[in-house]
Design a binder for this molecule. Structure first.
Ligand SMILES: [Zn+2]
Length: 163
């Protein structure tokens, strides 16, 4: 994507060259061709101008969201869950209910704050007698297993006699 300044400079130069020829051209047929050429140049310049304007609006929106994130960033701290998974949490939760809230590390590195939510599924915790709850990030579709769930003890077969 060329910069707005480069587009404007190149387009204006070509436009001014055309106008210069128009000013010195004599026969009408030659003028008509020059006018058509200039109209095409103006039209293409407008297209370039629109494209640059759109990309500038997108950049402004991106910058605003980045500034917003930079302002919020100090409120969060990286944390390691019981499974070893890294997440982010609030540095100073105001409510006790906020203490368990975790945020997606993948989104955080992309300057976005996204909640992690348990999706109701579990995965077997290797080498342990239980499972991890699986948490989803709805924003980037990552999943994170953490928050240990102990297996319920199997009911023991009745083997004893009456005491
Ligand atoms: Zn995410």
């Amino acid at each position: 994507m060329p910069t707005a300044a480069a587009v404007a400079t190149a387009s204006f130069k070509s436009l001014m060259e055309g106008l210069g020829k128009l000013a010195t051209a004599k026969p009408y047929a030659e003028n008509a061709a020059l006018v058509t050429d200039l109209m095409e140049k103006v039209s293409s310049m407008y297209g370039e101008y629109e494209a640059v304007t759109e990309s500038q609006a997108a950049l402004k929106a991106e910058l605003a969201s980045f500034k917003n994130f930079e302002a919020q960033k100090p409120d969060y701290v990286r944390t390691t869950e019981d499974s070893g998974v890294v997440t982010y949490k609030l540095k100073a939760p105001e409510e006790p209910s906020e203490e368990a809230i975790r945020f997606c590390p993948n989104c955080f590195l992309n300057c976005k704050v996204s909640y992690l939510q348990p999706n109701g599924e579990t995965v077997r915790a290797a080498g342990r007698n239980g499972r991890w709850r699986v948490h989803d990030c709805k924003s980037c579709n990552s999943t994170y297993p953490y928050n240990f769930l102990q297996d319920r003890p199997m009911p023991q077969p009745f083997s004893g006699g009456l005491a």
